[in-house]
Design a protein around this ligand. Structure first.
Ligand code: 4GY
Length: 231
């Protein structure tokens, strides 16, 4: 899967995807993250990509032309005729595990992520190139980059070869009948940390009982912390 990221801050995208599981998946070629600097498509030699809003008001608006030219540049490199273009913004439908799952099915495909900045982005670019608008939550960021990183992270870990065997099997147990439940508590050594003991059942070796305990814990936690997930 290839993520093309249209951004004014390509280093943010490169740096944040260079570590841990994503870094390894990129190194292995399982996923590709290709930032495109919108400023490379500035309208003049001063590198201008923003201008004052028509109608007045505070802040600057990201101009349509540099974004469109960056998009055309990327499109030339993509085989598919109509690649999805996802604009990260608070106006989008709120991101969730099912949306991540749907996007991870684009495996082998290419996705364009558009990161805005400043007060906003010229509406005509949204009309012209954006196919899907996604929000990572009801709050306002300074730019779309953290949101693009969240989306790529959540989608990438659902691609089978990105996570190791262990973790992907665990995810299986939290789809289907265990969907909409929070994770059970995890423990590792020591068995006693400052007088806090690991629950006996986890040391018992009774796999059926352990599974039952974990499921009960998941349900109890969900009722306590996120009751809305059960309704
Ligand atoms: N929330 N989810 C979000 C955001 C910043 C000005 C448009 C969000 O995804 N993106 O707050 N984005 C704004 C900054 C241009 C995007």
């Amino acid at each position: 899967m290839i993520f093309h990221v249209l951004t004014l801050f390509p280093e943010m995208i490169c740096e944040a995807t260079s570590h841990s599981i994503l870094g390894r998946a990129i190194k292995a070629g399982t996923i590709q993250v290709k930032p495109v600097n919108i400023r490379d498509f500035a309208i003049n030699k001063h590198g201008q990509v923003d201008d004052a809003p028509y109608g007045g008001g505070a802040g600057m608006v990201l101009m349509a032309a540099p974004v469109f030219d960056a998009y055309e540049h990327v499109k030339k490199q993509i085989a598919a005729p109509n690649p999805p273009v996802i604009f990260l913004s608070p106006q989008g439908r709120v991101f969730s595990q099912p949306i991540a799952q749907a996007l991870s099915c684009c495996e082998g495909k290419e996705i364009i992520l558009l990161c805005g900045h400043y007060e906003g982005i010229d509406e005509r670019i949204i009309e012209e190139i954006v196919t899907d608008e996604i929000s990572i939550g009801d709050y306002v960021l300074t730019g779309g980059e953290p949101a693009a990183l969240v989306l790529m992270d959540a989608v990438s870990r659902l691609i089978p070869s990105v996570l190791g065997k262990e973790a992907s099997h665990q995810d299986e147990s939290f789809s289907g009948e265990n969907a909409n439940l929070l994770e059970y508590p995890h423990y590792t050594r020591p068995a006693d940390f400052r007088g806090r003991k690991v629950p006996d059942v986890l040391l018992s070796g009774h796999h059926a009982q352990i599974e039952k305990w974990r499921r009960e814990q998941s349900i109890k936690r969900t009722k306590q912390k996120r009751p809305e997930l059960l309704s």
